[in-house]
Design a binder for this molecule. Structure first.
Ligand code: ME8
Length: 661
């Protein structure tokens, strides 16, 4: 059998001086959608993300926090990694620019560029933007940074320079030979004219910064952060040994439009200088804006992913991000638009179609998918439309036009709704002819639903998995090969699976209020935050999954003693409407009965928990989750890549209220 074709894609390596907001989530979600899509098309895919941990910003932030830089970045990197895991979008390779493998790769790349004659020593004086880690070409003292608008600082340094000027022609030739390299087209024109206007050599080392990768034998030189960060894409898949892993060159770098120049000018030039293979494509998407301006914490308009995922499910956020804005363009984020799409497209659209189809099959055919009888032209039209949507959707995915792909899929859903309204299977009698007709209509609808489910899977992985189970289909929907997908493959006689909660309708203003209040809590915690960023959504939701501290961060016994943990016994457990991951528990901790929310609803039936003894953190300040007060935290292990919570327990009988030490 021929080896699978490889596909290597990356998100930017994000800065560690902040935590992810919806903008970073957007790029990472898109990467995850492409990863899932490519896997369903038979590729062997690796997706890389990571953290960009060097530079003067980190130096300053660590100083402010009063901790060594290494400790600061270890915590931040863990928080990023944990959030991606919690949101179901973990990378296959998470690269930190403080990883030893990465350090070696940067030093090796520099050595190659130097050996090939593209590096020389010189002095540079210029205006430097410490926020963007870049010298600002042509800026005078007192000028602000044209990118971020903040003041620049004058810097003179002895630097190593990279002969970027030597790559003007090779780059222009490369763009011409590889017309797909820069996407979208509008960005390509911008880059081509920038390169045509002439390239200045670039200083790639610093002596004024301490917190960076050292240039071997040239201390105190450290590498310029972009020479460092871009190389992370290569170090994630083998670094100097990249040939062994077989993933390089990258097939796709996904970036925001802010950093396209670094990726399409500097990066290919460094690789050309080192005579290494050049990535196949850089795709620059637009901004998600809040109230028409760029998000920033200081403006107080940052949108956080976690509260949305907690309230509506991650699929809802993924759907919105991909459906609302044409990939490549800017778009506005609003909770109102999010909730409108949720209720209309997901709750009333896909969710409703799936549950009513299943309910009718349950009622009329004892829960087994019926066999279609003689097809009427109306049935054939529906089949044809769905079959032709398969080609359209795949084509849109290939072109990264996710909004159009979803639009096509949702028009198939709308056609199915119309078909059911016209055919009215519910008003047919139990006569043989009517039963035959009912079977045909429901089998046709179920087949349409199966196809929509498969095609929507890269975007809606959780809910399509549920629909797949509901339809009683075997295997995993992610294993379906898109290339073999066609109308007519649904087997009849298959029993439906368990009913599934898909997208419960929510009251818009109430939902927005809850999301905003959760976001407020996360941005301005009134209480100490849940202990360290841990793996798994459950951590935020009251069940702590124990994450080991980074090796460098040991705590003293006095720190541990601050955490009060006791044996508790669960007295009641119930689900929380609109929060399919949370359970509301009451727990006897010996001295009192506490209300605690725990993010374990997907893994524990409420009834099975009653009477169970659990480990409870009892001295956490109260928090509100989905508007429900949570007064403590239940301890659970986080198991497997999905972070499945497994409650900690006691093999011997223990007294309620006993302290854990
Ligand atoms: O630039 N809308 O990291 P960064 C859409 N470390 N996307 C957004 C966004 C928004 N409002 N805000 C951020 C860096 N992004 C460097 C990268 S790569 C070798 C080094 C996304 O943490 C978008 O992908 O500032 C953007 O390019 C990236 O986050 C910037 O992340």
């Amino acid at each position: 059998m021929p080896a699978k074709q490889k596909f290597y894609l990356t998100t930017p390596i994000y800065y560690t001086n902040g935590l992810p907001h919806i903008g970073h989530t957007y790029t990472t979600v898109v990467a995850d959608v492409i990863r899932r899509y490519k896997r369903m098309r038979g590729y062997e895919v690796v997706m890389t993300t990571g953290t960009d941990e060097h530079g003067v910003n980190v130096e300053r932030a660590a100083k402010k926090a009063g901790v060594p830089e290494s400790e600061f970045v270890a915590k931040m990197a863990e928080a990023w990694r944990a959030l991606w895991l919690e949101l179901g979008i973990p990378a296959d390779e998470f690269v930190r620019t403080t990883d030893l493998q990465h350090v070696r790769t940067v030093q090796w790349l520099f050595k190659l560029c130097r050996e090939n004659g593209y590096v020389y020593k010189g002095h540079y004086t210029g205006q430097y933007c410490i926020y963007d880690n870049a010298f600002v070409n042509d800026a005078k003292p007192g000028d602000n940074c044209p990118d971020c608008g903040r003041p620049t600082e004058t810097l003179t340094e002895e630097n190593y320079f990279f002969k970027l000027s030597a790559f003007q022609k090779p780059l222009l030739d490369f763009y011409k030979k590889n017309p797909e390299f820069i996407q979208p087209e509008s960005r390509k024109n911008e880059i081509v004219s920038f390169v045509e206007s002439g390239l200045k050599d670039l200083s790639i080392t610093r002596t004024t910064i301490r917190w960076g990768i050292p240039v071997p034998g040239e201390e105190p030189h450290v590498f310029y952060v972009w020479f460092d960060a871009l190389t992370a894409y290569l170090s994630a898949v083998g670094g100097p040994d990249y040939e062994k892993r077989g993933m390089w060159p990258a097939d796709l770098h996904l970036v925001g439009k802010d950093i396209i120049r670094f990726h399409t000018v500097y990066w290919p030039a460094f690789l050309m200088a080192a005579m290494l293979p050049i990535p196949k494509q850089v795709w620059a998407h637009g901004w998600f804006l809040m109230d028409a301006s760029k998000m920033s914490k200081s403006k107080g308009n940052v949108v956080l992913p976690r509260p949305i995922a907690d309230m509506l499910g991650m699929d809802a956020l993924r759907y919105f991000l991909l459906r609302e804005v044409v990939f490549g363009q800017d778009g506005n984020f609003s909770y109102d638009a999010l909730l409108t799409r949720y209720n209309s497209d997901l709750a009333n659209g896909l969710g409703n179609l799936a549950s009513r189809t299943a309910a009718m099959i349950e009622k009329n055919f004892a829960g087994k998918i019926p066999k279609a009888g003689k097809l009427e032209p109306r049935d054939e039209t529906l089949a044809r439309q769905t079959q032709s949507a398969i080609g359209d959707v795949l084509d849109y995915f290939e072109k990264m036009n996710f909004a159009r792909a979803l639009e096509s899929l949702w028009s198939v859903i709308a056609t199915a709704d119309k078909y059911l309204t016209t055919e009215k299977p519910w008003s047919l009698s139990d006569s043989e002819a009517d039963t035959q007709r009912k079977a045909t209509v429901l089998a046709t609808t179920a087949e349409l639903l199966r196809i929509v489910t498969v095609l929507a899977h890269p975007v809606l992985p959780d809910s399509t998995t549920k629909i797949w189970t509901l339809l009683g289909q075997s295997g995993s929907v992610s294993a379906v090969e898109l290339d073999g997908l066609q109308w007519g493959q649904l087997a009849s006689g298959v029993p439906l699976g368990k009913p599934q909660t898909l997208f419960p309708r929510v009251e818009k203003s109430e939902a927005i209020e809850r999301i905003e209040s959760m976001a407020n809590e996360e941005l301005n915690p009134t209480a100490p935050p849940a202990p360290a960023p841990t793996a798994g959504r459950s951590a935020t939701a009251g069940a702590a999954t124990a994450a080991a501290p980074a090796a460098s961060e040991k705590i003293g016994i006095e720190d541990f003693a601050k955490v009060e943990m006791r044996v508790g016994q669960i007295k009641t457990a119930e689900r929380i409407v609109g929060a399919d991951k949370l359970l509301k528990l009451t727990v006897d901790i010996g001295t009192e009965i506490r209300q605690i929310c725990a993010g374990i609803a997907q893994f524990y039936e409420p009834d099975s928990l009653i009477g169970r003894k659990v480990a409870v953190v009892t001295n956490l300040a109260p928090r509100k989750l989905r508007g429900v007060e949570s007064n403590g935290m239940i301890i659970a292990a986080s198991v497997g890549p999905e972070g499945r919570p497994v409650l900690a327990g006691f093999p011997e009988d223990v007294e309620i209220g006993a302290r854990l030490k």
